[in-house]
Design a protein around this ligand. Structure first.
Ligand code: GLU
Length: 468
């Protein structure tokens, strides 16, 4: 797979979708090309030796600023990959109406080979390079976690940025996915998995679409397989289990586990932490890693990296629905085979947008310098309580205690984040589905999603009214 250009695949999808829209070629080209590319090589002293670190930040689109997108630490990082992922971010932000241009960063390292102290040195040096080149800032470009990074790395980025910009009042908005006690937002950790869940649930609630796939409406009893058991995979699996679906398989890079009666996600997570491997989990059957994708199920969720479903293994996929929690998990050749098999694919640019959506909420929180819910929660509780008292007095009837508690409860930050995300994913799903149904020439949801986002970005450019 390695010699296939990932950005070329994204560009091919783009060109294919653009045919369904009537915009001038020059405008479409401007939407497609990466606007700024930063390629870095910097030295870091590791265990007494100087190591040259290869890193990137690509700002794919400046049609809206700041640019937004994660930073990944992986050996697969290269300029082509980061550019493709940045382009997907542009499309993703447009689909969910998050007012950012797309970006992505990457450092070509195997994070597991470094101590925390070494990782911190690499992260701080990378951030310093971004500051020097003006590639980071709350109004310029706002990184976030991605494959191989999390809240810990975001805290180091924040600390480096604020050290160099002590007078910037909005400095905390320079990065999202931060720990909650450092300006992060409740719900960001599980946001991508929760968005995946809301998106697939909405699809499964469409009786007409489920009938076409010969499936029952709703999630109850549906079988699910998740590939990748990092942050996104874990949370996706957990939300499906909580909703009454049966998670029959989980695959990781070192093996897969299968239990037709369902795996206990939290027990499995404990097992992985204790043993260092997903295999040999009590009550389950261990399989080779790649066999995990081929387990019979209703919903398959690839939640790790790109290109895991390709032309060699696509014919063996037995799922009826594939939900792309990872970015670009299916190659174009693999997709052709899956679509022929009438498998429904919920595309990454829509389905994994939960992360950036909640990042947007975090950025808003940082710029407003106040926690969501702080100003109005108690006010709502007091006035609703007063209203219920009045109703009880007038009707001479009592509302039972449990109902009263629920009706009166004002929203905390986490409640607002969850409902804001749910609203976002449901709206985006229907926008894509309507485009798919309306344009008879569009034969799959990925093309429909690309059409929706290209159309929105083109309109933003045209509203600018100027092409110098
Ligand atoms: N890395 C995530 C993504 O690929 C999140 C990006 C963000 O929050 O900016 O969507």
């Amino acid at each position: 797979m390695a010699n296939l250009s990932f950005f070329k695949s994204v560009s091919d999808y783009f060109d294919n979708a653009a045919q369904h829209l009537k915009y001038p070629k020059g405008l479409l080209d401007q939407i497609k090309v990466p606007n700024s590319v930063l390629s870095l090589r910097f030295p870091v002293k590791i265990a007494g030796k100087i190591e040259i670190i290869e890193a990137y930040r690509v700002q794919h689109s400046h049609h809206k600023v700041p640019c937004k997108g994660g930073i990944r630490y992986a050996m697969g990082v290269n300029q082509d990959e980061v550019t493709a992922l940045a382009a997907l971010m542009t499309l993703k932000c447009a689909i969910v109406d998050v007012p950012f241009g797309g970006a992505k960063g990457g450092i070509r390292i195997d994070a597991r080979k470094y101590t925390d102290q070494q990782l911190q040195r690499i992260t701080r040096r990378y951030t310093t390079e971004l500051i020097k080149k003006k590639f980071i800032g709350p109004g310029i470009d706002v990184p976030a976690p991605d494959y191989g990074t999390g809240a810990k790395e975001m805290a180091w980025i924040l600390d480096t940025y604020t050290t160099f910009n002590p007078d910037q009042i909005d400095a905390y908005g320079c990065v999202t996915g931060k720990p909650v006690n450092l300006g992060g937002i409740r719900g960001r950790t599980e946001a991508t998995g929760l968005g995946v869940f809301y998106g697939i649930r909405e699809f499964c609630d469409q009786a007409e679409d489920m009938k076409a796939l010969k499936l029952n409406t709703g999630l109850e009893g549906k079988t699910v397989v998740v590939q990748g058991f990092g942050n996104v995979g874990y949370w996706s699996a957990k939300f499906f289990q909580n909703a009454g679906a049966i998670v029959v398989g989980i695959a990781e890079y070192d093996g897969a586990v299968y239990n037709p009666k369902g795996l206990d996600i939290d027990a499995l997570s404990k097992h992985v932490k204790a043993s260092g491997s997903i295999t040999n989990f009590a009550g389950s059957k261990s399989l080779p890693s790649n066999a995990g994708l081929e387990i019979e199920c209703d919903i398959l969720i690839p939640a790790a990296i790109e290109s895991v479903i390709h032309k060699e293994n696509a014919k063996n996929i037995k799922a009826k629905i594939i939900g792309e929690a990872a970015n670009g998990p299916i190659t174009p050749a693999g997709e052709k085979i899956l679509l022929k098999k009438k498998i429904a694919i919920l595309p990454d640019t829509f389905l994994n947008a939960g992360g950036v959506t909640v990042s947007y909420f975090e950025w808003l929180k940082n710029l407003s310098h106040v926690r969501f819910g702080r100003m109005d929660k108690r006010f709502y509780e007091n006035s609703t309580s007063l209203m219920l008292d009045t109703v009880e007095r007038i009707t001479d009837k009592k509302v039972n205690k449990r109902d009263r508690k629920q009706i009166v409860k004002g929203a905390d930050e986490i409640d607002l984040v969850y409902s804001g995300l749910e609203e976002t994913m449901i709206n985006a799903f229907h926008e894509i589905r309507e485009t798919y149904k309306r344009k008879k020439t569009i034969s799959d949801l990925r093309t429909a999603a690309f059409v929706v986002s290209i159309d929105k970005i083109a309109k933003s450019y045209l509203s600018l009214g100027i092409f110098p």
